[in-house]
Design a protein around this ligand. Structure first.
Ligand SMILES: *Cc1c(COP(=O)(O)O)cnc(C)c1O
Length: 500
């Protein structure tokens, strides 16, 4: 008979290394020292950061990272931390800096950062009850709380996800499988023969505005529908889906013998912060009996807003909703959720494994609702934030960045060196150009700005031409912080123009 030594031969003595220091009873004191030390070092960094970024190029950082010998550890954690200070922290991008104005990144709520250390240490996995216990119930309470704020009704449910991309993928998977089932049932009734699911897939269509997130198209591809399955519904001059055009597009889809499987309305487009007209879109979805998904990855902050909640009117009619707490709830990455109106729809991602979540069990297992198995207890961060700061404080912070976007738009519109490239945002983005400058000038000005460390802005295209974009998500940033960045851009733009 084989022994375990035959199956797993012991390594030669010279291959043995010192056991890694694991977190446990005997290392509790070491843990405290380590975390306190890291907290000191990071606190010192936060106190000293003078610019959002050094503008380091990949070629500047790559050699020193490539030179690290990963097979030969350093003598201590401190030495490793010093090393990573030089390799990473010195040139990190600091989202909390008041002149970081680029993408949908937020400074993070302190209670959430503290909670992050808890979930890393306890290492709960919210997949089954027997790996998370109270963690499961805390996540479920937050799902309930969010669904209630959305107004999704008594049968709502959901699950935390890794981000908006995953939330959108799961929402569209549910919509796809609901549509496939409906088509199979219809076929049975009409023809008396079964229809295979894969035969339905090529006929399924999703509907979204041109300003919806790229993860919608990606989801269509991943779900076996192909990119062409996403029908682009025209938007109005404020970058919001045109409901009449949606209605017409669904009619056309049906006439072609295809199956409208989901409408994706965006509550806060990534570029423009525009909110599709949810109530009229929901009416069309109901009239055509099509799944309505609302992508509120960015706009979910409206759920706690004290001033702009009305922008979400109609979201209560959605079949599914994506929320990214790691955008407008000031949570550390990752923190996102997918909510559904009818918990039964989540069965499309349920699979029972004997070793994990047997079908005969009666325990609350979040894995039954998730695309992931092992999963972080990200919900704890939002929980601690709500229990420490409360929802109104988060809402007020989101309102503040929306107001800053208005102030910034007004400032740009009144300065002849600039032109606004879009109407004022419904949320907190600002699109603009340097007056009289071409694409190349904009590109050079943005690069020069980033390299100088004076500030960071994003860029996108509006009507085919490059526009610069500010995404304002820092409630501690004031117009006085934004203006010097704009002034610097104007200067860099002028230099770039003079150089040609
Ligand atoms: C950011 C964003 C996403 C993707 O979310 P991730 O968390 O980055 O995966 C989806 N939709 C919209 C509208 C977004 O702004």
């Amino acid at each position: 008979m084989l022994t375990s030594a035959d199956l797993r031969p012991a390594p030669a003595p010279h291959q043995r290394t010192a056991p890694p220091a694991l977190l446990g009873r005997d290392s509790a004191a070491a843990y405290r020292g380590l975390v306190a030390d890291v907290a000191d070092r990071i606190a010192a960094r936060f106190a000293a950061v003078e610019r959002p970024w050094t503008g380091a190029a990949p070629a500047a950082l790559a050699p020193s990272i490539a030179a690290v010998d990963l097979d030969r550890p350093l003598e201590s954690f401190e030495a490793a931390f010093d090393e990573v200070g030089a390799l990473y922290l010195d040139d990190a991008v600091w989202f909390h800096h008041p002149r970081y104005l680029a993408h949908l990144n937020c400074p993070v709520a302190l209670p959430a950062v503290a909670a992050e250390t808890v979930l890393a240490a306890v290492n709960t996995s919210v997949d089954t009850w027997d790996q998370s216990a109270g963690g499961t119930l805390i996540e479920q309470r937050l799902v309930e709380w969010t669904a209630q704020r959305l107004g999704l009704g008594p049968d709502a449910d959901g699950v935390f996800t890794s981000g908006g991309t995953q939330s959108n993928l799961q929402a569209l998977l549910l919509a796809r499988d609901e549509a496939v089932e409906a088509q199979q049932l219809k076929h049975e009734v009409e023809h008396g023969t079964p229809l295979r699911g894969v035969e339905v897939l090529p006929r399924l269509r999703f509907f979204a505005s041109p300003h919806s997130h790229f993860s919608v198209v990606k989801a269509a591809r991943l779900l076996g529908l192909g990119e062409d399955a996403v029908v682009t519904v025209p938007a109005d001059d404020w970058f919001r889906m045109n409901p009449a055009a949606l209605d017409a597009a669904i009619e056309t889809c049906r006439e072609q013998g295809n199956v409208p499987a989901a409408i994706v309305a965006t509550a806060g487009t990534t570029d423009f912060g525009s909110v599709d007209p949810l109530a009229p879109v929901a009416e069309i979805a109901a009239a055509h009996r099509v799944w309505l998904h609302v992508d509120a990855a960015y706009g979910c902050g409206l759920l706690v807003s004290l001033e702009h909640r009305a922008l979400l009117a109609g979201v209560e009619a959605a079949d599914s909703v994506t929320v990214d707490y790691h955008k407008s709830f000031f949570q550390p990455v990752s923190s996102s959720a997918l909510l559904v109106r009818d918990r039964a729809a989540l069965r499309h991602v349920t699979h029972h494994a004997d070793y994990l979540n047997p079908a005969e069990g009666a325990l609350p297992n979040q894995v039954d609702k998730s695309l992931q198995t092992t999963r972080r207890f990200d919900a704890l961060k939002l929980w601690m934030t709500l229990r420490t700061l409360g929802p109104d404080a988060i809402g007020a912070m989101f309102d503040r960045v929306c107001a800053l976007a208005d102030e910034t738009w007004d400032w740009l519109a009144s300065d002849p060196r600039f032109e606004v490239a879009a109407p004022p945002s419904q949320l907190s983005t600002v699109l603009f150009r340097l007056a009289g400058a071409d694409d190349a000038t904009h590109r050079r000005a943005r690069e020069a700005l980033a390299a100088s460390g004076e500030g960071m802005v994003a860029a996108t295209r509006v009507e085919g031409r490059i526009a610069l974009k500010l995404t304002l998500l820092n409630p501690e940033t004031a117009l006085d912080d934004v203006v010097p960045v704009l002034e610097a851009l104007a200067r860099h733009g002028k230099t770039a123009q003079e150089a040609v």
